[in-house]
Every structure is written in structure tokens, then in C-alpha cells.
Design a protein around this ligand. Structure first.
Ligand code: TMP
Length: 250
């Protein structure tokens, strides 16, 4: 594909996160969105939490190890936050500054939902720690896939038994914990309707993906991106580059 239109000449960045209870299908949806944007030549970067950096992946292993039953809630929060601080500083901010769309599978709202609403830890303290870890970076759009708790846990268990998914410390929590997490997500979404897109995760995968694409394209139009011929992007040093094959950069 040749260069059809010069785009991405914008100052704004676009940071999109995906949230949802375990088993809601957010990882499938974020990957489909990533492919969609890439195929259209948008400069897009996909990452996840906890993890996304070498240090973050090491922290993830500690956090998710089911043998770590003695982990204090305070330690848990700080470990998630440490992984996030590393990801924001090393990856997310530089990518946004380079004009890329950054998609992140979970972000700060997971800490508020799981450690705040789920573990009943003090929300203002969590917000303070989170702001410190991220330097105040918040998503432009949070896509939340909502699912009844029992259905989410059923899907998680089925995926784990089929051998395709890990079973982590959060999965071991009681149903009431996951219900508080879900209620917390819905409360946060209701408080900031412009930032959140809430979708029913029980719908077919392609229906959900269509809604997500509509919302993302609308945001791109708002910040100055257009929907065809996305061949222009900045490198991490800010230099403008042109790519003739229509492929985005990672
Ligand atoms: P996932 O990678 O399969 O989404 O699993 C991540 C797990 O970690 C999930 O159970 C939610 C949990 N989690 C928290 O409890 N707090 C956080 O801040 C994050 C990022 C994840």
C-alpha cells in the first residue's frame, strides 16, 4: 500500500486501557483491536499489567505465584504499583510522546477495583499511591467488559482446565470478593461516563469488537487522526518517519 494521506500530525496522544473481571475476554478483545489498528497503519503499541517490562514481568511472577499466600495487602499494592511505575516511565510515556496509540491490558483502575473495592483497602490512599506511580497519567478511554461474577469464574476455570490460562492468587479469592470488584468497576464507570465504555461481555466476540472499534475511531477523529492511509508516525526521538506499507510501528 502506498502513502495516501499524511496523518498523525497531532500533539495529543491516545492511551486506552482495558479492564474487566477475570474471564471477561478483555485480552481477546485488546488483541483484536491491536490487529485492527495495525492493519490500518496506525502506530500502536500493546502492553499489559502487571508486566510489560523485564522488571514488571519479574514482579508479575511474584504477584501471581499461588504459593505466596503470606503476601501482605500493602506489599501487593506496592508491587502492582512498582510494576506500573516501571511500565509508565519506560514504555507508556515515551510511546505516547512518539505519537503512538498505547493499548494496555489493565491499568490503575485494576488496583482500585481489586485492592480497593475487593480487599476493602482505603481508596484515597490507593489513589495517592497510584498517582505517585504513574505521575498522574490517566487513560483517555477505559474499555470495561462487564460480566456476572459466576460466569467469569466459570470461564476462567474452563480456560485453566483446558491448559490455556494461568490460575493466579486473585482467582483463588471467594465469590464475594469478585462481586465487590465488579461493583467497584461499575461505580467508577458511572462516576466518569465520558472516560469509560461499559460493554456487556456476554455478547458475541465480534459484536463487542465492533462497539470497541466505533468508540476508538471516534476518539481518533477527536484527536486528529483519520481513518485511512496511516503511514506517518514519529520515532521515539520525535523524528517524523513515513512507512510505505501502511503498517504501524511497535
Ligand atoms: P490478568 O493478567 O489475567 O488480567 O490477571 C491479572 C490479575 O491481577 C487479575 O486477577 C487482576 C489482578 N490485578 C490486581 O489485583 N491489581 C492490579 O493493580 C492489577 C494490574 C491486576
Amino acid at each position: 500500500m502506498g502513502i495516501t494521506r499524511a496523518i498523525w500530525d497531532r500533539e495529543e496522544d491516545l492511551f486506552i486501557t482495558f479492564e474487566g473481571p477475570d474471564g471477561s475476554g478483555k485480552t481477546t478483545q485488546i488483541q483484536l483491536l491491536y490487529q485492527y489498528l495495525r492493519e490500518r497503519g496506525y502506530p500502536v503499541y500493546l502492553t499489559r499489567e502487571p508486566g510489560g517490562t523485564s522488571i514488571g514481568d519479574q514482579i508479575r511472577a511474584v504477584l501471581h505465584d499461588v504459593r505466596n499466600t503470606e503476601m501482605r495487602p500493602e506489599a501487593e499494592i506496592l508491587l502492582y504499583s512498582a510494576s506500573r511505575a516501571q511500565l509508565v516511565g519506560q514504555v507508556i510515556r515515551p510511546r505516547l510522546a512518539a505519537g503512538e496509540i498505547v493499548l494496555c491490558d489493565r491499568y490503575a483502575e485494576s488496583t482500585l477495583a481489586y485492592q480497593g473495592y475487593g480487599r476493602l483497602l482505603d481508596l484515597p490512599t490507593l489513589r495517592y499511591i497510584t498517582a505517585f506511580a504513574t505521575g498522574g497519567l490517566r487513560p483517555d478511554l477505559i474499555i470495561y467488559l462487564d460480566l456476572p461474577v459466576e460466569e467469569g469464574l466459570r470461564r476462567r476455570l474452563a480456560a485453566y482446565q483446558a491448559g490455556g490460562a494461568e490460575w493466579n492468587r486473585m482467582d483463588q479469592e471467594e465469590v464475594a470478593f469478585h462481586q465487590r470488584v465488579r461493583a467497584g468497576y461499575l461505580q467508577m464507570a458511572a462516576a466518569e461516563p465520558d472516560r469509560w465504555l461499559v460493554l456487556d461481555a456476554a455478547q458475541p466476540v465480534d459484536v463487542i469488537q465492533e462497539r470497541i472499534r466505533e468508540a476508538v475511531i471516534a476518539r481518533l477523529e477527536k484527536v486528529g487522526g483519520v481513518t485511512e492511509g496511516h503511514n506517518r508516525s514519529r520515532t521515539l526521538d520525535g523524528e517524523i518517519i513515513q512507512e510505505g506499507d501502511g503498517e504501524g510501528r511497535r
